[in-house]
Design a protein around this ligand. Structure first.
Ligand code: CUA
Length: 341
C-alpha cells in the first residue's frame, strides 16, 4: 500500500477514535438520567446492588492501576538498550509464584464475601409486603393484584414507600423480570413461582424489560412500573376494579359489538362484557395504559388502529393474528378500545 494511503487511513482512524472518546461519556451521562438506568437506584434493594457494583469497580480499579504500573515500570526498566546478547532467562521463582497465586485468590474471596452479604440483605421479603402476581408470556406481562381483584397487563402500579412482593411465573418459556432502578433481576420459570420485593422511594415511571432471551420479540417484551403516592395508587386501584365503561358514542358502541363478533373476544377479556378469554392481555382498561404491545408502541388512536389492522407489522412473530377487518371495523374497534379508560 502506498505510504500516503496508509497515512490518510491512520488519520481517519485517529479521528474516529477521538470523536468516539468525546461522545461516549455523553451516552454514559444520558444513561444516568433516563429510565432504565443502573446508575439511579430508587429502592433500597437497587441501592445495595449499585453499592456492590461500585465496590467491585473500586477493587478492579486498584488492581488495574497496580498491574499496569508494574507492567510500565518493567517495560521501561528492562528495555533493550542496544545489546545484542540474549537477556538472562528467569523462571520458577517459588516465592513469587505463591504470592501471585494467593493475592488474586484473597481479592476474589473478599469480593465473594461482600456479594454474599448483599444477597443476604436482599433476600428476606417483608411480611407486610403487598402481593402482585406477574405471569410472563411470549411476549407480554400478565399482571394480577390478588388483594385488590385487579387484572391488567404490561403496566404495574406500586405505592411509594410500601414494600411490594412480586410473585413471578412463566406461561411458556423462561423470561426474566428486571426494573434496573428498583432491584434485582428475577427469572420467571414455567414450573415454579419466584418472588422478589421492591420498596420504591420516589414517584416516577420506571421502564422494565425481559432480561432473558425468550424468542424473536424478546426485545419488545417491555413493561412499566408507575410508582405513585398512596392516594394516587388507591385511585388507580378503584378505577381498575370497575367493569369496563359501556361506550356512549355510536362508533364505539359498534366497536363493542365488533369485539365479540370479529374474533377479538376469543383471546381477550373485558370485565363486565361476555369477553373473558385469557390468552392475550386483559383489555378492560386498555385505554388508560401508556403503551400497547408490551411497550412496543405509545397508546395513541393511530397506533391502536395500526396494531389492530396488522399486529405483525409492529411486532413480527407475536401471537396475535391479523384478522380480516375492513377499515370501518378497525375505526369502530379503535374508538371502543381507546375509550376503555
Ligand atoms: Cu421474555 Cu425475553
Amino acid at each position: 500500500m502506498p505510504l500516503k494511503a496508509t497515512n490518510s487511513r491512520r488519520a481517519r482512524l485517529a479521528r474516529i477514535a477521538l470523536v468516539g472518546s468525546l461522545v461516549s461519556p455523553l451516552f454514559f451521562v444520558a444513561a444516568c438520567q433516563s429510565s432504565p438506568s443502573i446508575m439511579n437506584p430508587a429502592s433500597p434493594s437497587a441501592r445495595i446492588i449499585s453499592d456492590l457494583g461500585w465496590q467491585l469497580f473500586a477493587v478492579a480499579a486498584v488492581v488495574f492501576v497496580a498491574v499496569e504500573a508494574v507492567l510500565i515500570y518493567a517495560v521501561i526498566r528492562f528495555r533493550n538498550k542496544g545489546s545484542t546478547e540474549e537477556p538472562r532467562q528467569v523462571y520458577g521463582h517459588t516465592r513469587l509464584e505463591i504470592v501471585w497465586t494467593a493475592a488474586p485468590g484473597l481479592v476474589l474471596i473478599g469480593v465473594l464475601y461482600t456479594m454474599f452479604q448483599a444477597m443476604a440483605t436482599l433476600l428476606p421479603i417483608p411480611q407486610d409486603a403487598m402481593p402482585v402476581k406477574v405471569i410472563g408470556h411470549q411476549w407480554w406481562w400478565e399482571v394480577e393484584y390478588p388483594e385488590h381483584g385487579i387484572a391488567t397487563a404490561n403496566e404495574l402500579h406500586f405505592p411509594v414507600g410500601r414494600p411490594v412482593r412480586v410473585d413471578l411465573q412463566a406461561a411458556d418459556v423462561i423470561h426474566s423480570f428486571w426494573v434496573s432502578e428498583l432491584g434485582p433481576k428475577m427469572d420467571l420459570l414455567p414450573e415454579q413461582v419466584n418472588s422478589t420485593w421492591y420498596k420504591v422511594e420516589r414517584p416516577g415511571v420506571y421502564r422494565g424489560f425481559c432480561a432473558e432471551f425468550c424468542g424473536v420479540q424478546h426485545a419488545n417484551m417491555g413493561f412499566i412500573v408507575v410508582a405513585e403516592e398512596q392516594g394516587a395508587f388507591d385511585a388507580w386501584v378503584q378505577a381498575q376494579r370497575q367493569p369496563a365503561t359501556a361506550p356512549a358514542d355510536p362508533l364505539a358502541q359498534q366497536g363493542a359489538q365488533a369485539f365479540t363478533t370479529s374474533g377479538c373476544a376469543g383471546c381477550h377479556a373485558i370485565a363486565g362484557t361476555p369477553a373473558q378469554a385469557r390468552i392475550g392481555p386483559n383489555l378492560s382498561h386498555v385505554g388508560s395504559r401508556r403503551y400497547i404491545g408490551a411497550n412496543a408502541l405509545a397508546n395513541t388512536p393511530e397506533n391502536m388502529a395500526a396494531w389492530i389492522t396488522n399486529p405483525q407489522e409492529a411486532k413480527p412473530g407475536n401471537l396475535m393474528p391479523a384478522l380480516p377487518l375492513d377499515p370501518e371495523r378497525v375505526r369502530q374497534l379503535t374508538a371502543y378500545l381507546v375509550g376503555l379508560k
